[in-house]
Design a protein around this ligand. Structure first.
Ligand code: C2O
Length: 483
């Protein structure tokens, strides 16, 4: 069994990091793996996305395959990094090598792990100069970017019929490089971390060229497992045949083309031979009694009860939105806070137990990675400082894979719809007398990086502090609904 470790628990000069470096170096070495060998570093990255023209038929069928803003997001990336890890292990010469993960949600682990920034320079295969300067100088990701609160709170892998809020992303009938309904885990911390690392990581067409990509996705994959462990109806959508049986192509350590579907990848320990170092006791690698039910849909020999409300819930009711129906009033986000009013046609109920009040952002898009994320607040009074720990805080938006103009082969992305559960916010605001049934306000605050405490490099500091967006980040519409 391979164990994926927290990278902060590994000594920068120790054997595990050395093996990781050796594997990455070998995959990048074009005398070992020519560029068009499926096991080469650049080919592996191109499977995710690429602006290059695929050199042959096999590459045409294998490149630009990453699955974003749909329910394939988690399963596709799991299979992708699993096969990458096998190639990396073989290339490293260490039969025990496993991908570490970067757990930025821990306040002590919010700087890019040291081996990825030191030594700085091409002799370090984990170093990438294109990243935001602050990140390579040890600046920290802000707490709100890496908050997993929204995604842990949700209990539905799939959205309710006709609704939009979900842990795992919207249903699609077939693979979609970029679709339009982003799941909660993909939105935050996945998208936000891509944006903040920046450089190659900021664009799906180059993201997987940065070695930290693989540790980022190892962490996202781990968060999926930890979400399942929370029980209470959280389960993989094993009754959805499209999710379970759609096959995707990858390459193994021999360079052979292999197909795999989610059905073959829902139990990491027994099917893929790996676990994370933080498996809760009793549920190790999904073999424990509680874990297996959530993962494969079998609990005590019978089919798991459907998660609360997935397929039989009522249609969501649109309570209000910005602008008038059918009229497009683009909400442009800049370095100054943006505040918009949402007129409410009817009270947002959300009093009964299972009913959720959902804040939706429609048509989220940009022209270029803005290098900042946005904190979103509900009814934050104009005189009040934004604080992500307050009842006003909704979630963060990271602009990744939502490029407005779909560009030819592969494309860069597609405007996306994001959703946040604001039931608790509305309840708290009602209790404080700060909720009006006719109108709500939603505000956006740009967020940069937190400079390292002792940082003296002024360039890095200036960049880290500045939260000046480029690339025209914008949102078509803010909606409030009840589902
Ligand atoms: Cu397909 Cu983190 O990206």
């Amino acid at each position: 069994m391979h164990v994926r470790h927290n990278v902060y628990a590994l000594r920068p000069g120790g054997p595990k990091i050395s093996a990781l470096r050796a594997g990455v170096r070998a995959m990048k070495d074009t005398s070992t793996f020519p560029k068009d060998d499926p096991r080469s570093w650049s080919y592996q990255a191109a499977i995710h996305g690429s602006t290059r023209t695929p050199p042959d038929r096999q590459a045409r069928r294998s490149w630009n395959m990453c699955q974003h803003a749909s329910f394939f997001f988690l399963s596709w990336h799991r299979m992708y990094i699993y096969y990458f890890e096998r190639i990396l292990r073989a290339a490293s010469g260490d039969p025990d090598l496993a991908l570490p993960y970067w757990n930025y949600s821990d306040p002590a682990q919010r700087a890019l792990p040291t081996p990825f920034r030191e030594p700085a320079g091409s002799q370090n295969p984990l170093y990438v100069s294109q990243r935001q300067a602050g990140i390579n100088a040890g600046a920290e990701l802000p707490a709100s970017d890496v908050s997993a609160a929204q995604m842990f709170k949700s209990r539905n892998f799939l959205p309710s019929q006709g609704s939009r809020l979900s842990f795992g992303g919207g249903r699609v009938p077939e693979p979609a490089h970029f679709s339009s309904f982003t799941g909660l885990l993909e939105a935050q911390p996945h998208n936000t971390v891509h944006v903040k690392v920046g450089g190659w990581m900021g664009d799906p067409n180059t993201a997987a060229q940065d070695p930290i990509f693989w540790l980022h996705h190892s962490n996202i994959d781990r968060l999926w497992e930890r979400w399942l462990d929370r029980g209470d109806g959280r389960a993989n959508p094993v009754n959805n045949a499209v999710w379970m049986d759609t096959k995707f192509a990858f390459f193994d350590e021999d360079g052979s083309r292999i197909e795999m579907s989610a059905r073959e990848a829902i139990q990491t320990a027994t099917q893929l031979d790996y676990v994370y170092d933080d498996e809760p006791a009793g549920a190790v690698g999904a073999m424990g009694s509680s874990g297996a039910g959530a993962r494969v849909g079998v609990d005590g020999g019978s089919l798991a009860p459907p998660a609360p409300g997935p397929d039989d819930a009522e249609e969501p009711t649109l309570v209000g939105s910005t602008g008038r129906q059918g009229e497009e009033e683009m909400i442009e986000l800049g370095s100054e806070p943006t505040r918009v009013a949402v007129e409410l046609r009817e009270p947002a109920a959300g009093q009964s137990g299972e009913q959720r009040i959902v804040l939706g952002l429609d048509g989220v898009q940009y022209d270029e990675n803005p290098s900042v994320t946005y904190e979103v607040y509900l009814n934050l009074p104009e005189w009040e400082q934004p604080d992500y720990r307050s009842d006003y805080y909704v979630g963060n938006v990271g602009f990744f894979g939502m490029e407005a103009g779909g560009h030819g082969e592969g494309g860069h992305g597609h405007p996306a719809n994001l959703s946040f559960d604001v039931t608790d916010n509305v309840r708290a605001l009602r209790a404080k007398g700060e909720w009006q049934e006719r109108r709500a306000h939603v505000s956006f605050f740009a967020s940069g990086l937190i400079p390292p405490p002792s940082e003296e490099v002024s360039v890095a500091e200036a960049e880290a502090r500045s939260a000046t967006p480029t690339g025209r980040p914008r949102v078509e519409r803010v909606v409030l609904s009840v589902e």
